[in-house]
Ligand binder design. Sequence first.
Ligand code: NAD
Length: 498
Amino acid sequence: MTTTAVTDQTERALLARIPTGLYIDGRWTEAADGGRFEVVAPSTETVLATVADARPDDGDRALAAAHAAQPSWGRTPPRVRAEILRQAFELVTIRAEDFALTMTLEMGKPLAEAHAEVSYGAEFLRWFGEEATRISGRYSTAPDGANRLVVTRRPVGPCLLITPWNFPLAMATRKIAPAIAAGCTMVLKPAALTPLSALLLAEVLEDAGLPPGVLNVIPTTDPGSVSGPLLSDARLRKLSFTGSTPVGQRLIAASADQVLRVSMELGGNAPFIVFEDADLDAAVEGALAAKLRNGGEACVAANRFLVHRSLADEFGQALAARMSSVTVGRGTDPATRLGPLINAAAVARVGRLVDGAVAAGARLALGGRALDGPGHFFPPTVLTDVPAGADILDEEIFGPVASIVPFDTEDEAVRLANATPFGLVCYVYTRDLDRGLRMGERLETGMLGLNTGVVSNPAAPFGGVKQSGLGREGGREGIEEYLETCYIGVADPFAAFG
Ligand code: NAD
């Protein structure tokens, strides 16, 4: 891992090596109209690179390539697909410094966190490489003894994969790896704010031996115009989207025409519940991880700290003390623990939520004001006694702001936790095992962190309920999203046997 500040020269040399075209059918090309857009560093507001800006014609070319490659890719032996993924895992790991620095530059997160994302993101390549060879069906006798039932699995077909800016590498590998493992071809549309990591990944997958057309990458500043025609094109068979709930809702509606398979990883509003019997030090540590990882710009970021009234003051003071010692700065500085937000609009949003909470009666225990530029910095912020009805309890904060709400009983904690249309993840701190398991049944959530502030793991099924999404990524479940089931009814082989 890098321990000294990265020099401008290193940054420039890396940026010069990253491909900036569209990747279609195994070739790097310009957009149909030659257009390009700028990728801007959130730390410095300087332009890092310009990238080809896909138009609808480019989307059509990318889907045509994916569609043409599907038959042979779907028949490629699982072991071959697995080996490509294993090789890609090795290459991403070897190039960890490049990937980490690319993410730090385009997204802003500290280098140590970018390295953690490289490990996490690469692990999806290894995990699904291992899963590729374990796809299997079944053979059974029908209950009436007549037919035989053969159930097989096959790839869904060409997929459109749309990813957000907050985890530029891992959100891509979490979709690409199971699609490759299952034998699907794909068009990836990364977020225009952070396309460089995905472009570097395409290069690595090509080096790993991925055949032309299996993966096509089309960054664009006009995602609606590019994805719209693809979703109503009969050659596409699946959409996998990670992003905000409103965009996901629109894309589900647009997927109805072709009755596409859809996977949706959408927004969250995670409660972090601290019961009166919790280990307070562990809860504060967990809170720090669940709040500040990725600068709070994570769907799994703790959004509401529900703390038993007997501990609320102590917890708030301890969390504010820990958060006040966090160093804010450029992600390339080794001392930095908290980088910038993604852009000026994000800073304005977080500021509005904090101001609204204070106006509603919350107390500001730490931070609260955006820092002077250049760069889109917002300091660690703690709000206590946040009253019900404040927008900050209902919206995804996507910033380093902790809102603390006291509660008195388990029933009240559950009611507050579930009072949201989202259901991605909850965190619970308690020493009572029965209560911990009970929370797993009472909370409306796809994931639960029990005495831990970090749940993401490539071997576990990641995903939400309610408006947080449909389907799961990672774990044994992740590959299911890319497989169809085909049932073959076979006549009784004993019928004419005598
Ligand atoms: P976003 O919804 O604005 O954008 C996500 C992606 O969709 C981007 O690639 C964007 O270009 C694209 N997009 C936007 N409008 C589109 C349209 N009309 N048609 C097709 N594509 C379109 O979200 P974001 O700001 O990039 O990411 C933050 C959001 O993502 C948060 O809500 C966060 O909770 C969510 N998220 C969820 C998970 C999860 O696994 N549940 C993981 C990471 C982020």
